[in-house]
Design a protein. Sequence first.
Lengths: 427, 427
Amino acid sequence: MTQFWAEHAWLGADLAEAGVVITVADGKIAAVVKGVMDPPGEAMRLDGLTLPGFANGHSHAFHRLLRGRTHAGSGSFWTWREEMYAAAATLDPDDYHQIGLQVFGEMVAAGYSAVGEFHYLHHGADGTRYENRNIMGDALIAAATAVGIRITLLDTLYLHGGIDESGEFADLDAVQRRFSDGSAESWAERVAGLSEGPTLRIGAAVHSVRAADRTAIEAVATWAREANAPFHAHVSEQPAENTQSQAAFGLSPTQLLAEAGALGTRFTAVHGTHLDDRDIALLGSSSSNVCFCPTTERDLADGIGPGRSLVKAGARLSIGSDSQAIVDPFEEIRAVELNERLATQVRGNHSVHELLTYGTANGYAAIGWPEGGRIEVGALADFTTITLDSFRLEGTAPAHLLASAVFAATASDVTTTVVDGQIVHTD
Amino acid sequence: MTQFWAEHAWLGADLAEAGVVITVADGKIAAVVKGVMDPPGEAMRLDGLTLPGFANGHSHAFHRLLRGRTHAGSGSFWTWREEMYAAAATLDPDDYHQIGLQVFGEMVAAGYSAVGEFHYLHHGADGTRYENRNIMGDALIAAATAVGIRITLLDTLYLHGGIDESGEFADLDAVQRRFSDGSAESWAERVAGLSEGPTLRIGAAVHSVRAADRTAIEAVATWAREANAPFHAHVSEQPAENTQSQAAFGLSPTQLLAEAGALGTRFTAVHGTHLDDRDIALLGSSSSNVCFCPTTERDLADGIGPGRSLVKAGARLSIGSDSQAIVDPFEEIRAVELNERLATQVRGNHSVHELLTYGTANGYAAIGWPEGGRIEVGALADFTTITLDSFRLEGTAPAHLLASAVFAATASDVTTTVVDGQIVHTD
């Protein structure tokens, strides 16, 4: 049993509570008592505001290599992708581990306590299989374990090199060969070699409808259903993807995924920037998750997704750092609201309570930990604390703590992050 | 004579230089020598990347009071304004000084070395004149002096309470009475009581075309021309302002300001979010400045201004923290580009060199210090240094330092800020 005393903590209500003792046993929250103004002597003291840990619902760890290298670029998403592929072409398992250590370290220091790693760099640089066919995924898992962040490895199926103008799948190019298992069956066989742990889950992904045919998507959806595992896919990040999907299937990406049996509470559409009304209705009525990556969607000139419409339809929003240009959950959650203000010229599309939920409980559920992302008895003992002494938050009245955290805090205000009851970051 | 040794410094080229000795005398840069890899013993060592200090081209210091109080709000710019007025109604000179100390302190810690303070809280809460009619402006100047930030007090004319549907000026409401001098002549008489200093300039502003009639705008434009002083106005922040301007004058705000003789290199249009092609041509052909406040324009759901079109037409962009929800020059300069990416779905609208210039030299010029915002002989000795050891920037190759600073650094990476040759912030 470990005890923490939080000066202020968000327990899910509209206001933060003062003086909260959180008792942890076996990685779970065993007791929560509020109104304790004198910290118990044995408790670890958390000055400031304690929040449930944030879930990074969509990460490509290796994109950290690109920070500052591509962000000033011109052109489109598609020219950016060429530079990203150049980075992907060079990595061996040790590089992949090192970059994981760096970026997962940055995540826990920023207040993320869990990450969904959308992993598709499976094989050698020319597509040759490693002797341990999961050596790349294992490298990231080992990095997450070393850092202490909770991880869901979203092991990704990638079979085709896009869709050409006639609606046919294109062959894989040289870099993409290392992404492909050759078939959904071979993907499943490899994934069967991965095992789970107290802070490790295995989930499924298809890269996108540009990279997997309908039969393969159906196979992965079936795998995820049988494993009761999360299932993610990039969906409608760019208008060109919608055009290609129509050319190949006569359906939008979301419609295709719906027909393939992918949608539902375990499914996450990543981005969902260019959805039409029918897509929104499908994602909403199935209670699917949609993971916005607002700082990346700014960087890649993707556009602004229909956040409010999705929530109204019944979808659950979450957030991801995706390209790692920015690793800051506060910046992501406020950007969900602020981007939508820019698009609609209306304020208050998402409440503070909602934005915090997108970053925490919704994200945890989307990556397969529905028992996480909240500070309550029985929940995972994952939380993060921000100081109220920085220039950004000093002088904040208790009534405005949550709004100030959402709209003014940054990653650098994080002082402590706890995962599975263990302190994994402290300054 | 004081010497600084910068590990890396941006001297205006496309790449940062390594090992730069900056010699300062009388608040000016007396010498710049690059390629000095061993720091001279007497030099103050600046590890990391040194940039010219950032200019905060548009600040309302007292809005710091609103942080976390209004940012979660719903409704529009206009309902937000009611909450801002409630804060404005309560402040006395001592409060105004205290809030200045707090927010100017935050600015120098964030890398801003100069601020243009758009100041219109001139009189007592009910409009009664203070015995010292400049006591409120003096309170801010004293705060800036105490903190060490360079300040241009943009003393603002505010006469009318908006424009009604018939195009008539409305009476001032209760809160607005403290903003008004009653006439442009009375404004000029009061402003004549303010004097300048080595780190203090006095400039002019009209709040907006909603708050000043054409004759009054002409009078302030004449004052600014004769004083060779900067002249600022809020311009087309909201569509309703354009509608009101058309109703009152049959002109857009920019057209009215052009006819009143306001435009030119000393003029700054603040926001410029909703400009039409004719407005852009007028601002561009007159080499006017346009101060974007991107984090505020997100917060207030103003929209995204036509940055690239303005630059192409010949206008000079700068940045401001405006509402103080965020005080971070890195976030503002990258948001100029990232917001435009969201609006256009195209990357690379503004180069790294341009974005740095908007934040530094352009901003200094816009608030009346054309000799500032660059590290070169004869320039003002104002600069700021960011560490390269944070999670955000560690491992950055020299070739990518500037892009990394623009797209990944935050205010919390600032380690040192120098104004007028003096260190005003160091961690």
